[in-house]
Design a protein around this ligand. Structure first.
Ligand code: ADP
Length: 241
């Protein structure tokens, strides 16, 4: 028990250190560029525009991190019954909504995004949370895949429950990253994730949302070929105690 508590305390301290670092970096960048502008760079219209763009991007990043942290802390707040809005929903409709949210981003990279949900499936879930989980996966698939590829979002019901999967033909993920992939702020390629506007919290949020629905999430991936992220929800997903 004592060892377990120690481990939890270490995880908590790591998380606090990570949050501080992740928040301080964009703030420091913003302050640096504002100072440079005030010291005279703003006299050049070109520098002014360029630096303001950087500042805007860093402010977006900061705002995305804060939103994701708030989502995570809400998911951890007790009692869960107060934050979950569980109702009978149509899975295909939920996937269609997720598709609509991601469509534009796919078009920008000429990625063909499609939904395959051939049979109506009813699930007892918090619609907005599950939509967010699916959108996070589709968003990653689009973000990390090269232009002109395909992303497939599918939903079905089988013997093991309801299955939602997101398949891409992107870079795939090396085996050695898989155990830590769903941890907060874990990134395979930090620079690439930052450049693409990633917070490093997307998969941690997916994992949390799936777990409050008593489901599981896993990934099947092969470097160089692509990845499939799979959410499995029990038939009676949502009967949370
Ligand atoms: P981020 O904000 O960096 O995208 P996530 O938690 O959503 O954070 O994902 C964690 C890391 O997992 C990413 O930085 C990326 O390296 C890797 N990853 C996630 N989805 C994919 C994917 N579909 N293909 C390849 N790598 C991925």
């Amino acid at each position: 028990m004592a060892t377990r508590l120690d481990r939890l305390e270490n995880l908590r301290m790591d998380f606090v250190a990570n949050v501080s670092h992740e928040l301080k970096t964009p703030v420091a960048t913003i302050m640096g560029f504002v100072e440079t502008l005030l010291e005279g760079a703003m006299d050049s219209p070109e520098d002014l525009e360029h630096f303001l763009e950087i500042i805007a991007r860093q402010a977006d990043r900061l705002s995305a991190i804060i939103d994701d942290l708030l989502t995570l802390s809400r998911l951890e707040s007790a009692p869960l019954s107060e934050i979950l809005d569980l109702k009978d929903r149509n899975l295909c409709g939920l996937l269609e909504t997720s598709y609509q949210i991601c469509r534009e981003r796919a078009e920008e990279k000429n990625i063909s995004l499609s939904v395959d949900c051939p049979v109506p499936v009813n699930i007892f879930v918090d619609r907005s949370l599950l939509t967010q989980a699916v959108v996070n996966l589709v968003d990653n698939a689009i973000k990390y895949s090269p232009d002109n590829t395909r992303v497939l979002l599918s939903g079905s019901e089988g013997a093991d429950g309801v299955r939602i999967s997101v398949t891409d033909n992107g870079p795939g993920i090396e085996q050695k990253h898989l155990t830590r992939l769903f941890e907060r702020f874990y990134r395979v390629d930090k620079a690439r994730s930052r450049k693409l506007g990633g917070t490093g919290l997307g998969l941690a949020i997916v994992k949390h949302i799936v777990s409050v629905h008593e489901g599981q999430v896993r990934v099947e991936t092969r470097p160089g070929e692509g990845s499939t992220f799979i959410i499995l929800l029990p038939r009676h997903a949502g009967w949370v105690h």
